[in-house]
Design a protein around this ligand. Structure first.
Ligand SMILES: Nc1ncnc2c1ncn2[C@@H]1O[C@H](COP(=O)(O)OP(=O)(O)O)[C@@H](O)[C@H]1O
Ligand SMILES: [Mg+2]
Length: 405
């Protein structure tokens, strides 16, 4: 697995996965392949089609969200990842190895070391203390007591629960219990976290805090997280990519902005219609390429650069990044009078730069205050693009992209 291609290979690949629940699933699969509907199959054969022809790839280090309404097959799908459920058909590859072919022994060590799961109802052991719950995975792995308690303590500190080591789960609030669940999953150092509606049982405020905490942890840990939710806002907030399930079928997968801006079906469109785009989209997804970059060191050169562009203004960039805008008119005056060739004297510094990763919501006031498209910069101050009032208005007002063409 150390060949050059392995870098690009997705960590997890699900290929042609079908799950049919029922006694005679192999036989009934013929109907599935003929394209009969889930409902028809249920009525005729009392078999439930859990998943139909699922193909997904999860990359190392990403949060991959699986979203869908209750009964759409989310839990069935995620349980295939660690083979709590066996597929009726299809392949599940992790680092290129088909885990459906693992021996019981291989499977055991795979579950202990590669993946850990966080459950909706926390799944803590009520008669063990918080710290023993967190250390449990290490106990199973046979790690000695001193080491496992040290590690468990570290993870408890990380999730903000130091001081609660000797409490029992029932003494903690729901949010705290789920932090224990998270610490327990992280404690084994498993590379892959499976989270099945892990935040769905929590009150909205606590839930939002847990989302923040997960995002923060993930920026440090870079785990591969498969996160299940029925909540679109949660999916958009957490997901690097999102897969949407309906009645056991994958209806769309893509980055959050792709799903918001180009819903693949009426079903997805109905889902995304009410999303507050200003809160869900970043500047990056709406910005346009910069029209005119002025990099000249003299006014004469700057005017030459400006005349190549159709706009009457440009964005002045020096070694320190974006500095301000320059008007063509000002340059022409300066060249005419010939009195001044110092470019810094003609830079208008009142047009603020905005960050590419800001939410649209955060930049609306700046957009309204300024007559020029706002320069969008990256972390190094380099000009990435422009955000105009009109493109912002367009994306915020157009709530039904799929029907508008
Ligand atoms: N063990 C099972 N036996 C029969 N049907 C099942 C079983 N588990 C799930 N199902 C069915 O599979 C479908 C998907 O369920 P599930 O994966 O639990 O959905 P979700 O997690 O999205 O709510 C549902 O129709 C459900 O009734
Ligand atoms: Mg479920």
């Amino acid at each position: 697995m150390s060949d050059l291609n392995s870098e690009k290979q997705p960590l997890i690949q699900i290929r042609g996965l079908y799950k049919l629940f029922g006694k005679n699933s192999k036989k009934v699969m013929e109907r599935v392949h003929k394209g009969e509907s889930k409902d028809q199959i249920l009525v005729d054969t009392a078999h439930t089609l859990g998943l139909r022809d699922i193909n997904i790839e999860v990359n190392a280090g990403e949060i991959f969200v699986i979203m869908g309404l209750s009964g759409s097959g989310k839990s069935t799908l995620i349980r295939h990842f660690n083979r709590l459920i066996d597929p009726t058909e299809g392949e599940i590859l992790v680092e290129g190895a088909d885990i459906t072919e693992f021996s019981p022994k291989q499977l055991e060590s795979f579950r202990q070391q590669k993946m850990s799961m966080v459950f909706q109802r926390f799944g803590l052991m009520p008669h063990r203390t918080v710290i023993d719950n967190v250390a449990y995975g290490l106990t199973v792995q046979g790690v000695n007591k001193k080491e496992r308690l040290e590690k468990a303590q570290e993870w408890l500190n990380t999730v903000g629960l130091s001081g609660y080591e000797q409490q029992y789960p029932a003494q903690l609030s729901g949010g705290q219990q789920q932090r224990v669940g998270l610490a327990r999953a992280l404690c084994t150092d498993a590379e892959i976290l499976l989270m099945d509606e892990a935040f769905s049982a929590l009150d909205p405020l606590i839930r939002s805090e847990m989302q923040d905490q997960l995002i923060e942890l993930q920026s440090k840990l870079q785990k591969t997280i498969v996160f299940i939710t029925h909540d679109l806002d949660e999916a958009l907030r957490l997901g690097d990519r999102i897969a949407i399930l309906k009645d056991g079928e994958l209806v769309q997968q893509g980055a959050p902005e792709e799903i918001l801006l180009n819903p693949a079906t009426d079903y997805v469109e109905a889902f995304v219609k009410d999303v507050n785009r200003a809160r869900a989209l970043t500047v990056e997804t709406v910005m346009k390429p910069p029209e005119c970059r002025i990099t000249a060191e003299t006014i004469g050169e700057a005017l030459k650069q400006m005349r190549k562009s159709s706009e009457e203004y440009g964005y002045y960039i020096n070694d320190d990044g974006y500095q301000g805008i320059i008007l063509q008119e000002t340059l022409e005056e300066a060249v005419e009078t010939g009195s001044n060739n110092n470019i810094s004297t003609v830079v208008v510094e009142t047009v603020p730069a905005i960050q590419a990763d800001s939410l649209l919501e955060a930049v609306i006031p700046d957009t309204l205050d300024t007559d020029f498209p706002l320069p969008v910069i990256d972390d190094d101050g380099q000009l990435q693009g422009l955000l105009s009032r009109s493109s912002l208005a367009e994306v915020l007002s157009d709530s039904s992209t799929a029907t508008s063409h």
